[in-house]
Every structure is written in structure tokens, then in C-alpha cells.
Design a binder for this molecule. Sequence first.
Ligand code: C2O
Length: 605
Amino acid sequence: MASFSFSTLPTTFSGSPSFSKASSHRFKVSCNAASGDTNHPETTPKLITSLDMTHNVDRRNLLLGLGGLYGAANFTSLPSAFATPIAAPDNIADCVTASSNLQNPTDVVRGLACCPPALSSKPEIYTLPVNPVTRIRPAAQRATPEYIEKYKAAIQEMRKLPDDHPHSFKQQAMIHCAYCNGGYNQEQSGHPELQLQIHNSWLFFPFHRWYLYFYERILGKLINDPTFAIPYWNWDHPTGMMLPAMFEDADPDTTPKQNPIFDPYRDVTHLPPAILDAEYAGANTGADCVNQISSNLASMYRQMITNATDTTSFFGGEFVSGDNPLQADTLIAGSIESGIHTAMHRWVGNPRMANNEDMGNFYSAGYDPVFYVHHANIDRMWKIWKDLGIPGHVEPTSDDWNNASYVFYDENERLVRVFNKDSIDIGRMGYDYERSSVPWLQSRPVAHAKRSKAAAQSVGTVKKVEDVEFPVKLDQVVKVLVKRPATNRTKEDKEKAHEILLLNGIKFDGEKFVKFDVFVNDVDDGIETTAAESEFAGSFAQLPHGGHSEKMLMTSGARFGITELLEDIEAEDDEYVLVNLVPKIGCDDATVSEIKIELVPIVQT
Ligand code: C2O
């Protein structure tokens, strides 16, 4: 039997008695457990190689999570007159029921009528509380029984509220649907003809941060605990790589047994002890536990390090007022949004439900309490990315990002408007994350084949990108040779610019779960190579969006940092690289309009 051992570092906070007990345990993940994949019955015992994942953590790593308390300066101000940031409407009564173009419109359990109650006519500008208590969000897999009880009690209180109460379980779920399935338009900034959308762009991280912020404060208020914090699903750590057990446990004290955080619309083959697949594309791979965990860690390394080298790659592309949220050519989903974010939505959602409700589709995701716990870890990734202190790891600085705003009901049922700029510092927002080590920092993928000369050998059989007619269709594997702007870059060159593979103008059916993988110089054409191998550059994935009445192709882009990748496969002197785009699901009508490699200057911070 193989097991992964991780020593967890002590939490840096002592003010929270319910978490301090869990601080110095060693946690083990047993790889003995059967995965939930029914296609792989355990008839043949597998020989699992033992893999010692214990390691010394990078010192930088120890500094993560030291959020602390920051000054309480209040710099909330109205948007400048010149910027045209995205703004949710003042008049939330103008919210409309999303018109559906769902693939299976008749079988929906969760409706598309997601507008909030209009209790006030105009939101107030929200100011962050001065000197807030710091709520510490615990890792779900380490949460104490007392904490779990408290969390369940809070959700239970939320479920008891009448549906039209802004704090009700249903209203909280519908916020997500309203903001991503066409409930709001851009009337506030002068474009009522255009919808608002908070996915597939740089609004992704800040919108969800604010959404969880109020959700958490509402839950705390419901149980009268101003220190209450939601848990986070620590899927980037081997001990957290399954659905947290608390979501499926029946409460032994109640008859009939009930659990307020249980949701009936989940994939039953992915309940514990099934190990998650960070690159999930709709089918269980059958990989054994050890390999799955390694590949998940390597996938995290790609999403947090190599494909997150700069603001756009990590945060996503610009989206400003006047942009069509389906088709603006600046739209890009950041590495985390397109990666583990989409994968976990789909991995948890029930494939037997027509639209993979709940987690598998945006309009229904908020009905599963797992949604908020998943997004807490997404939010933690933003914090970790920033705290790594790597040059280039900075939030967008433009007014269009800083002053983009959303409208929520706060814990006192006040309608408030909040801005991206006030979401940058979670210390000011009054919460932080319980420490958990980040083993993926040491999970740089390993080359499948070094110096393969895959590109040179393909000359003659594979077209050079300049000879390809764009857009290329992704209904089958796309192979192209892409010229690099420079070869044999020196250490100094690499400190000045990242070499990035850009896929621009990706068009896809917005009503489908879409995923394709990207490989560089892969001798196996992407057939056998996993995320644990260097040739796997990353992937592009999107959840179904909904909210528009005609079938519509959506636009996005993707960016893959290849500086390290080329070092690892020893291809730094190659003039061309061989790029393979391998469709995994939903790509029948997908196309890409441009493939190129650019040197992107590193912003020194
Ligand atoms: Cu707004 Cu995970 O989605």
C-alpha cells in the first residue's frame, strides 16, 4: 500500500480554538481506497509504487497564509469619470429571467428565474468594516467535529428562511445564476443592450471573492457568530483530493437522518473515497491513486506557476463596459478558472442530470453548498499566487478593473455596491485561510522525452503555422509547427520576458462543457502523456454559460508559459515547436483563430 505523508505546518493563528487542535497532525492519504470508477472494478490488484511526497518546503512557502491585519485605510471612492468599468445596475429590479438556450431545457430542476428581491431602489456604496475580526477559513478535510456542526447549523438556518428573503439558501444560489446567465445588463454604464458576465475574464476572481464574503457574513449572522468562516476544499493538497466527507455524512442524531450540506445532485461515482481529477474532461481516466495525485499536483503547478506568470494569464482578459461578454476579443479565462475551477464543477455535478446539475452548470451551481467551499479554495489560490512574491504576480492595475462593481445584499439586508479595488487585501476584508502546505510548488512536471526533436522531425508532414488557414477546427487533433521569436534565451533574457504560447480567438459553443489539451513537442501526439509530464502545456475548459436565447458561439483565449517547459524537454535551441491541440469534449464546433508564441515582458514589482 502506498501512502502520501504530509506534515502540516502549524497554523499561524491562535485566536480560533476550534482549529488549533488540528495544527500539528500528520495526515495520510491512503492510496488503497478504491476509486469510484465503476469501469475499473478492483479485480486485479495493482502494484502501486510508493512515492515519498514528504519534502522540505521552500522557505517562501512558509510565509504563505500570513495575512495578518492591515491598516484600515478606507479608499473607497466613486469611479473616475473617464474609465468605463463594468457595473451591475443600481436598479436590481431591472434584472431579467435568463432566457434559456440550455442543451436540455425541459429537464431543469433549478430554474433560470434568478432575480433577487428588490428591497431598495438604490445600493449604497459599501465600506469595509474598520478593524474587523479575522475569520479563519479552515481546510475542510481537517475541520473539527465542532466546527462541522457549526457550519451545518448555519446552513440549516439559511435553509429555513423564506425563499424571497435575500439571505435564503435559494436567493444565495440565484446570485450566481443572475450574474452569469444573463440576469443583468450593462445599463449602469450606458450599454443596456449588452449583458453582464463575471466569468471568462478578469472579473472572475474579484466577483467570487465578494460573493463569498457576504455569504460568509450572512451565515455568521444566522448563528450569531461574528468569527464564523466558511471552510475551503483543499483540492490542491493530497489530503484534500476527494469530496470533503462532511458533505455526504448523514447526521446520526436526527431522524430521518439529514445533513443540510448534502445535495442530491452530485456524481455518485465521485463521492469519497474517489480521488479527484484536476484535468477532468467528463470521463474517469482509471488512473491509479498515486498517479492521479502526482498528475493533479503537476496540473496545479502548471496553473499556479508556468501558466500564471503574468496578470493576464492568471486573472484572465480584460472585460470593460461596452464589450460583448460573449464575443469581445479581449476575453480570456485565466489559468485557474479554465483549469481546476471548471474541472471540479464538472467532476462534482451529476452527469445523470440533463444539464449536469448542480455543480456542472453555472445556473445551478450555487445550489450545492460545495460550490462555496470550492470557490473558497479558488480564492485562496489568488492569495497564494500573490504571496509567492514572484515578479509579475500582481492584480490588474487599470481603473477599468479597480472600479468594476457588483451589487449584493449584505448581512444586514442592505443593498450595497462593492468594487474590485476593495477586494485586493483579504486582511482588510477580515478573513484569512488556515495554513496548508502547497506541495505542488515542488511538482514541476518531468519530461517524457528529452531532446526529442519532435518539431524538426515533423517538418514536411506537419504544416507551419504561417501555412495554416485559420480559423482551424477542433473537431479533430490539430498539429502545427509554431516559430519561436528567439532561441537559446539566456538567463537574463528569461528574467526580462516569459515565452508564452497564445491561442487567440477560441470560439466554442457556450452551451457545452468544452475542454481541449495542449501539448508541446509531444512524441505521443498527446495520447498517452499526462499532466505530470512536461510536454503537457495545459488545457482550456469552459462550463456551459447559458442566458442567451439563440445558439451562440462564445469567444475566449488561452495562454501557456513555455519557458520552463522548453528547458525541461531540452528544446531551447529549436527554432520551431510542435503544438498539438487535442479535443477532449464538446469541441465539435470549436475553432481557434490564431496560434503564436510571444515574448511577454515581466512587470517588475
Ligand atoms: Cu461563478 Cu465556479 O463559478
